[in-house]
Design a protein around this ligand. Structure first.
Ligand SMILES: C[S@@+](CC[C@H](N)C(=O)[O-])C[C@H]1O[C@@H](n2cnc3c(N)ncnc32)[C@H](O)[C@@H]1O
Length: 256
């Protein structure tokens, strides 16, 4: 029987090149804000960790600002794509490493910056992962968490999580702002800044990126067509199925 870790590899391994080219992942106001925060607040020489690096867009953005970036992901194909692209861009300070957020293969206090972008909604044991982030962060170090957010309304949230799972079997949950805040507080991370942005998702490329099977695409479209007014409005569902969710950024510090 397949585990969630098997599903992650099955979903992501064949799609590493698609993630490298994905416009949603290669750009965005969150990447610009991430660079500004790190440039302002993280003194050199910083050792950074990017958890769930995927095809490496956050690692590439931060590499010029730090001494080294360990780019961690469970998918060997993603790591191979990161290696190749980092070499092509002359970013030799990025070191790929295979691993999972829930059991980070590093000693306590190894990094002055721990970051993650668009990965945590795949993590099954979020509490353990957040505890791991706090553990590998040095005192006075910073954490940067960026992910798609859950919705405040239970109706809209159930709808959104359902279509996310139909589109990608490795989806676990977009957590709400309140869930993130409670978890970070529970491990002693202090919130310095929070920002949110709308994230428009073009339906055709959203399902194409994960090669969602046609029968599941049809179920998503049918759910969207029958969605109540509150859901249509909150997710701004267009006639072609494109819709908008939210990205949240949390900038945190581990006390000295
Ligand atoms: C959407 S991609 C990441 C995008 C990338 N961070 C960026 O900025 O473009 C999600 C990544 O999370 C990884 N992932 C899934 N479960 C994980 C886990 N438990 N720990 C660490 N990474 C995980 C997947 O293998 C995948 O490469």
């Amino acid at each position: 029987m397949r585990t969630h870790e098997d599903t992650i590899q099955r979903q992501f391994d064949p799609r590493a090149e698609a993630y490298l080219k994905s416009a949603v992942h290669a750009a965005g106001p969150d990447l610009q804000r991430a660079k500004a925060l790190v440039a302002q607040a993280v003194p050199p020489p910083a050792q950074a960790l990017d958890i769930g690096c995927g095809a490496g867009h956050l690692s590439f953005a931060l590499a010029p600002l730090v001494a080294s970036v360990t780019a961690l992901d469970p998918s060997p194909s993603m790591l191979a794509v990161v290696s190749k692209a980092a070499t092509a861009q002359g970013l030799g300070r990025i070191g790929p490493r295979q691993g999972n957020a829930e059991s980070l293969p590093f000693a306590d206090s190894s990094f002055s910056l721990v970051c993650t972008r668009y990965s945590a909604h795949h993590w099954t044991r979020l509490e353990e992962a957040v505890r791991e982030i706090a553990r590998v962060l040095a005192p006075g170090g910073h954490a940067l968490i960026i992910d798609t957010l859950g919705q405040e309304s239970a109706l809209v949230d159930t709808f959104m999580q359902s279509i996310e799972l139909l589109r990608d079997a490795s989806h676990v949950r977009n957590r709400s702002r309140a869930e993130w805040r409670a978890l970070c507080r529970s491990v002693g991370l202090l919130e310095l800044e929070h920002a949110e942005w709308p994230l428009p998702l073009d339906f055709a490329s959203w399902v194409e990126r994960m090669r969602t099977p046609a029968d599941r695409v049809a179920v998503i479209r049918s759910l969207q067509e029958g969605a109540p007014q509150e859901v249509r409005q909150a997710l701004q569902i267009a006639t072609d199925g494109s819709f908008t969710i939210r990205t949240g950024l949390f900038w945190l510090r581990k006390p000295d």
